[in-house]
Design a protein around this ligand. Sequence first.
Ligand code: B12
Length: 383
Amino acid sequence: MMAAPTPTAVPPPDPPAAIRQRLLASGFAAVGFAAPDAGAAAGARLHDFIRAGRHGEMGWLAANADRRADPRALWPAARTAIVVGANYAPDRDPLADLARRERGTISVYAARRDYHDVIGRRLRETGRWIAATYGGECKSFIDTAPLLEKPLAAAAGIGWQGKHTNLVSPEFGSWLFLGVILTTLDLAPTPAGVDRCGSCRACLDVCPTAAFPAPYQLDARRCISYLTIEHKGPIAREFRRAVGNRIFGCDDCLAVCPWNKFAQTASDLELAVRADLSLPALAELATLDDTAFRARFRGTALKRTGRDRLVRNVAIALGNSGAPAAVPVLEALCRDPAPLVRAMAVWGLGELYDRAARAALKARVLRDDADPTVRAEAEALDA
Ligand code: B12
């Protein structure tokens, strides 16, 4: 919470214009204002989403669904939601990277400094400035607290919630990070965004795992972003080939959005793509132990999975690579301390070996490995 109740100097007139200017100057691409409860209809749909179990293992979404559904419950004194968008449009089509099968694709949002850190700091700084200039209190949100950011951004006119469920902007396409400052100040709302998806269904049709049961609805349990980042155990067999070389997140539904043609490549230096996060070699990532993982991904969103889950994804991608060079890498992962990694390495080898080699692998694993998850993968080998 940021409290600085007494404005000191003479405040700039027209608070919304000055706040917008301040946020644009601090690097945001879009700014809008809405009543905190402007996305109330979305709250009811959040409950439907949870009831249907579409949040999968994201218990934190269900745990505070009531507060998430209604920002007034989160902070009753809030009068206005100031919503920002930060442009992270890539300089090339991320879908082209899916053909580089010996390398891993890290989704566009994650191949840079962790946006929570960068955007969170900017929001807190602006919140302090608003409180010091105009009085009142401010609280900043960037994923960290239960708040439905997309419906609020739509209500504030930054764009509309598209059929892929993300916020689409007429200026920045599907490539905006969102953040929110709630304030006790009364600021005039900006006009809400209008849905311009029309009859387009490109995002729905491109999804490799058919994760959209209907337009505007996502079943997270089928979404590759969820499966590679949030899901903890082995990724279900039905999705493994569809994962391809995606080792952290997925951009397919965003990347095909026709509104991206209006997006200018992001030029925010603090959020610039890091060269070491652009198509890393799978074989290199497979060698990371816990310490090396932490050092490699410090300050990035990738730290969220921890080492074992990331290497799980790498093992699946190696199995999908079709590359003979992946075989010794996967054979080494079959001796990994983590059963999760060993299990996916057995699957990966099953994709690359011929029938005789699969039979030998199956016999070896069933003889040497006591872990039930790994044994289940060996049992499932077509040998
Ligand atoms: C949980 C979460 C996820 C989950 C669930 C995704 C989801 N769609 O909810 C997973 C792990 C799958 C995920 C993936 C991604 N995420 Co995410 N995620 C979140 C988080 C933390 C909460 C979202 C939430 O509350 N979901 C709950 C469900 C109920 O919400 P919903 O899908 O929007 O459901 C709505 C629709 O079903 C809708 N609905 C139903 N019927 C109808 C009918 C009509 C006509 C309409 C309009 C709507 C509608 O009503 C529901 C409520 O609004 C937000 C940050 C935040 N605090 O908001 C980031 C956030 C949504 N994620 C973000 C990003 C970037 C991604 C990825 C692109 C990352 C990647 N490249 O891998 C993918 C995109 C996948 C996708 N197509 O959604 C950004 C999106 C920015 C934007 N422009 O919208 C956010 C806002 C983070 C941020 N601060 O920038 N994410």
